[in-house]
Design a protein around this ligand. Structure first.
Ligand code: NAP
Ligand code: MG
Length: 399
């Protein structure tokens, strides 16, 4: 069989630990036999980030801007323990944080639905997509410890005028935090959410806590409303879908009793937390895809989970692991499909579709990784636990 050729390279961002191992196997077993893979490779593994003073992360994000599509492996965000473990020069920042700050945009996370793995919430019949604003708030905050004394927030405008507000008058020690967002980023967040909802023809719910955070969250609400009224209202009505703004508490309650089939737009922190809850409630953290869509139409695909450290230590000891590669496979298929679409290569997109279907039907036929075995219930099919490599080979048999 002749391999499918690519035109433009994909930006490939390699990562850490167990997902770095899976990354290699996915390429070898599921992609390279069928596609003449063309990538521009960036090693975002922690060792190389340290070696390059984290420049490699910035370079990979800039390459993504240049080519338009990237696929990223999970990476370690170092903490004190990692600084010791890897003998790091510095506690480097989260690569995802760095990449999102450069690309801006919105992260869309949606569960991979498989027949046989029922969500924990019995009413959920359709996927719930989280659209997470990927810029600012606590992820770009300045914080610090306060002793006895007064904390103030001062804004100097371009003419040198200043406005100061007292944050708190500390009688003893405490903590302070100042965060920001920009109208431009919120506007592009709003547009990507409206566009995404229209593309998938699902209603859009947007939530903040504007009753408490009247100016900060109130600004998010106002921008979404203005853009909806002036640019999207008619399109939504035509498509027969609704836009609803409501409080985050209200959405949390509504989501639980909904039947799914919703795009839920959230601020940065809400999306961080709620996407882990949704992923777990839909079955497994390893069955959630994630794509960052930037305002200038750049796409970065990844799995929503981390580097699965616990499994990696077992792997290093020579023990067999059954780590689920599905979300990482879908990161590759998402990126290949998008590359196919942009480069007018329908055979590349068709291959990616086929790989997704083969992955889903492998599980539906009863062959899966350990995390799914306890969740799987389907008449006439008894689930069988495979190690990661055998699972990938079981998928390859269906290609
Ligand atoms: P994690 O890697 O997502 O793993 C947490 C636990 O979830 C695992 O121990 C495992 O449970 C289960 N799990 C997650 N993915 C799985 C998969 N593919 N197959 C089977 N089970 C899976 O999160 P973490 O342990 O909190 O973080 C590990 C490292 O990943 C950290 O250094 C963190 O900085 C990094 N991280 C990176 C990203 C990213 O790059 N996007 C995101 C999150 C975390 P059991 O152990 O019970 O089997
Ligand atoms: Mg999270």
């Amino acid at each position: 069989m002749e391999k499918i050729k690519m035109k433009t390279p994909l930006v490939e961002m390699d990562g850490d630990e167990m997902t770095r191992i899976l990354w290699q196997w996915i390429k070898e077993i599921l992609i390279e036999p069928y596609v003449e893979l063309k990538t521009e490779y960036y090693d975002l593994g922690l060792k190389n980030r340290d070696l390059t003073d984290d420049k490699v992360t910035v370079e990979s994000a800039l390459a993504t801007k240049k080519y338009g599509v990237a696929v990223k492996c999970a990476t370690i965000t170092p903490n004190y323990q990692r600084v010791e473990e890897y003998g790091l020069k510095e506690m480097w920042k989260s690569p995802n944080g760095t990449i999102r700050a450069i690309l801006d945009g919105t992260v869309f996370r949606s569960p991979i639905i498989v027949d046989g793995i029922a969500p924990y919430i019995p009413t959920w019949k359709k996927p719930i997509v989280i659209a997470r604003h990927a810029y600012g708030d606590i992820y770009k905050a300045v914080d610090g410890k306060a002793g006895k004394g007064k904390a103030e927030l001062t804004f100097y405008d371009e003419n040198g005028e200043r406005v100061t507000k007292e944050v708190f008058d500390f009688k003893d020690g405490g903590v302070v935090c100042a965060m920001h967002n920009t109208d431009k980023s919120i506007e592009s967040f709003a547009r990507s959410c409206f566009n995404y909802a229209l593309a998938v023809k699902l209603p859009l719910w947007f939530s903040t806590k504007d009753t408490i955070s009247k100016v900060y969250d109130g600004n998010f609400k106002a921008i979404f409303n203005r853009i909806y009224e002036t640019e999207y209202k008619e399109k939504f009505e035509k498509a027969g879908i609704e836009y609803m703004y409501t409080l985050i508490d209200d959405v949390v309650a509504r989501i639980i009793r909904s039947e799914g089939g919703i795009v839920w737009a959230t601020k940065n922190y809400d999306g961080d937390v709620m996407s882990d809850m949704l992923a777990t409630a839909f079955g497994s953290l390893a069955m959630m895809t994630s794509v960052l869509v930037s305002p200038d139409g750049v796409y970065e695909y990844e799995a929503a989970h981390g580097t699965v450290t616990r499994h990696y230590y077992k792997y290093l000891k020579g023990e067999e692991t059954s780590t689920n590669p599905v979300a990482t496979i879908f990161a590759w298929t998402g990126a290949l499909k998008k590359r196919g679409e942009l480069d007018d290569l329908p055979e590349l997109s068709a291959f990616a579709d086929k790989l997704e279907k083969a992955t889903v039907s492998t599980i539906e036929d009863g062959e899966m990784t350990g995390d799914l075995v306890g969740l799987f219930k389907k008449d006439g099919v008894s689930p069988k636990k495979l190690n990661s490599k055998d699972f990938l080979q079981a998928i390859a048999k269906r290609l």
